[in-house]
Design a protein around this ligand. Structure first.
Ligand SMILES: *[C@@H]1O[C@H](CO)[C@@H](O)[C@H](O)[C@H]1NC(C)=O
Length: 400
């Protein structure tokens, strides 16, 4: 936890770091719900590092002790911010790189969003809504698949390993929290950009140069996958001391290579995403469809209220200096200082203000928004312009 915070702080000033920190996971989740802990600590035997059989598989990940944090660079269609790779998952491979999947259908939970919200992990959910994207838009189904296919194979997340009295699904909540934290420590876009490698429609790269760039930044070689000659995915490899819940991940050099050719690799531009500009890779503009995220937690529902539930998609028409918005509820507008969307609402004009890597929603030129409380679970709050109520925040427009 502290390590992740330190990593984000160390990257301050880079565009991805500012994006990540504004969706920071840890403080709020901890405030809402005590951390699930394993009592395993982080000093046990490194997974895949044992010379004799280990019996307590609650504190020693086996047989899937080779852990892969996989990320996508989706450009056709584009998913996620234009200056960040997105999460694919965390996979427990066997030490020899073979693997098993779908290990416990009885724990193939559905409704991951509700599970995370109910168990105090709504800021993890908010982060996932931006950075853990399904290419067809079915994020919830994708999250369910990643948990049931891979998470249920993790020995340290077996229900019998949890503290007695743990809520149903608590191990899946821990899985998503761990994946998000690990991903936040692996900022592929920033690492490549720091080494002068940014998306381009024309430039080609060798596999060796991409690999060397990540090694220079992180100390270890990942594996890269391509779709044809287009860079499409990366996998970072780890061994683990302790439990997936709260163990220590030790990065290792990739023990296998991915599917990219050795030369002529393109790192294509994402289109339609807007947080960018960072490293010259992004396209700064206004998305046609977006979710609206509050700087502290959660974001806007279709009625325009502030919530930590699944965010609404807003349709945006116009330019950054003047646009209107609609949601599934109807027109959106500010009237008497209150932001609402609905069938009887009169459209009002908004503008977008670039702040670092973020695109902030402004009304009357001001990016200040305020509410009387902080949402949680099914409790939502009306959104007002200006500041001065109990909770002030900004709202960022994130392309969907
Ligand atoms: C390491 O421990 C696992 C789990 O007990 C066991 O299956 C595996 O054979 C052990 N490896 C060695 C080299 O003893």
């Amino acid at each position: 936890m502290l390590a992740v915070v330190a990593i984000v702080a160390a990257l301050a000033g880079s565009s991805v770091a500012s994006t990540l920190s504004s969706f920071g996971v840890t403080p709020l989740d901890r405030a809402l719900s005590p951390d699930l802990t394993s009592s395993c600590g982080t000093s046990g035997t490194l997974s895949c590092g044992n010379s004799s059989s280990v019996s307590n598989l609650c504190c020693f990940e086996a047989p899937g002790g080779l852990l892969l944090q996989t990320q996508f660079w989706d450009t056709s269609p584009s998913t996620g911010p234009s200056d960040s790779w997105t999460i694919h998952g965390l996979w427990p491979d066997n030490c020899d790189t073979t693997f098993t999947e779908n290990c416990d259908p009885s724990r193939a939970y559905t409704g991951i969003s509700s599970l995370l919200t109910a168990q105090g992990a709504s800021s993890t959910l908010t982060f996932m809504q931006t950075f853990w994207k399904d290419i067809n838009g079915n994020d919830e189904t994708f999250w369910e698949h990643e948990w049931s296919t891979h998470g249920t194979c993790m020995s340290t997340l077996k229900t019998s390993c949890l503290p007695s009295g743990s809520a149903k699904g608590a191990e899946a909540v821990a899985f998503f929290q761990t994946v998000v934290k690990l991903f936040q420590s692996l900022p592929t876009y920033t690492w490549l950009a720091n080494q002068g490698i940014t998306p381009s429609a024309t430039t080609t790269h060798t596999l060796a140069s991409l690999t060397a760039a990540i090694k220079a930044e992180s100390g270890f070689t990942p594996s890269f996958d391509c779709s044809g000659s287009n860079l499409n995915a990366v996998a970072y490899y780890f061994h683990l001391r302790g439990s997936i819940i709260d163990g220590a991940f030790q990065q290792i050099t990739a023990p296998e290579s991915g599917t990219c050719p050795t030369t002529g690799i393109k790192y294509p531009l994402k289109t339609g995403s807007t947080t960018g500009g960072g490293g010259g890779g992004g396209t700064t503009g206004l998305p046609a469809k977006a979710t609206i995220h509050a700087s502290s937690t959660g974001g806007l529902l279709s009625a325009g209220t502030w919530s930590t539930q699944t965010l609404a998609t807003y349709t945006i028409t116009g330019t950054a200096t003047s646009f209107t918005m609609t949601s599934s509820k109807g027109n959106c507008g500010v009237s008497g200082g209150t932001f609402t969307c609905g069938s009887g609402v009169t459209l009002t004009s908004f503008s977008a203000v670039t702040s670092g890597s973020l695109l902030l929603l402004a009304s009357g030129g001001s990016t200040a928004w305020t509410s009387d409380g902080v949402p949680s679970g099914t409790t939502v709050f009306p959104v007002f312009t200006g500041s001065g109520r109990a909770n002030d925040y900004t709202l960022s427009i994130i392309s969907t």
